[in-house]
Design a protein. Structure first.
Length: 130
């Protein structure tokens, strides 16, 4: 759905509302539906971007996941002591040395989304270097 399509649909909806063919609640519900369709078509979520690029995240157990990217696969998990954070599992068997070197200095993330974004950006940077 393009911006022009959205504007035309909203204009038609407004005309129906002005002519009193629909009530305000129906108008608002349809308006929200149209804008949600537009946003889904034009502003993909991070998970949609990752799947479009062939990247997957598999859940192993509670708090343990595997990032399966273009250039490497690595586990990441939620860790805790006095606080809770997410980190890439650098000391597992068969960890790509590039991943180890990249995350060796800083490997604490506040949210799962932050560690995924960091892994995705590093994976994409390796793709562009080739």
């Amino acid at each position: 759905m393009t911006r022009e399509d959205l504007l035309l649909k909203i204009e038609d909806l407004e005309n129906e509302y002005r002519k009193e063919k629909i009530d305000r609640a129906t108008y608002l519900k349809k308006h929200k539906s149209i804008t949600n369709k537009f946003n889904k078509a034009n502003y993909p979520t991070f998970s949609q971007i990752m799947s479009k690029n062939g990247i997957k995240v598999k859940r192993q157990t509670s708090g343990w996941y595997t990032y399966i990217g273009i250039n490497f696969s690595v586990g990441f998990s939620q860790q805790s002591c006095e606080s809770t954070w997410w980190e890439v599992d650098l000391y597992e068997d068969n960890v790509d040395p590039r991943v180890f070197n990249h995350f060796e200095d800083y490997n604490q993330f506040d949210r799962k989304a932050d560690v995924l974004e960091s892994l995705y950006n590093f994976d994409k940077s390796l793709t562009f270097k080739k």
